[in-house]
Design a protein around this ligand. Structure first.
Ligand SMILES: O=C(O)CCC(=O)C(=O)O
Length: 148
């Protein structure tokens, strides 16, 4: 399934956010490499996703075309362990299934500028949506949940 991470987060659109993905073992198509749809970060942000059901909320969002692999150029990123991919959260991407017996381990993190703003109305079911205020700065988030 191709996703745009931004669809899952209760952040105002166009917040300054980036995703860092680092496989800790070599990855190819057969063991869980990441594929990306080149240029898809320029397409509209996808529908909100109900995190309880995984179903897109089409009633409450801007319409956008579904991902179309005939239109998008997709690149599979075959990487060595320790390589890093840094990508825009509006980029369509997916992991291939791991068809091997070996673990495919990767480290993923999301980096948000402290001036980015919350928008829980975009993703009301996100676990943070009940704690944050519409339009407030994300600020400095500390492990353990406090926001300064
Ligand atoms: O590691 C994976 O399989 C998925 C990574 C991903 O989609 C992400 O970090 O946004």
């Amino acid at each position: 399934m191709h996703i745009k991470d931004f669809s899952f987060w209760p952040l105002k659109l166009h917040s300054q956010v980036l995703v860092v993905w680092i496989p800790l073992v070599p990855v190819q198509t057969g063991n869980g490499a990441l594929s990306v749809a080149i240029g898809s970060h320029n397409c509209p942000v996808g529908p909100m996703i109900n995190l309880s059901t995984g179903i897109a909320d089409r009633a409450n969002t801007n319409r956008q075309p579904e991902f179309d692999s005939n239109v998008q150029d997709v690149l599979c990123l075959e990487l060595n362990g320790g390589d890093a991919v840094i990508f825009h959260p509006n980029l369509y991407h997916m992991s291939h299934p791991n068809c091997t017996e070996n673990l495919r381990i990767a480290w993923s993190s999301v980096w948000v500028h402290p001036d980015a703003r919350w928008d829980p109305s975009r993703v009301p079911n996100h676990p943070r949506s009940k704690d944050v205020k519409q339009g407030c700065k994300v600020g400095h988030f500390e492990w353990g949940g406090s926001i300064k």
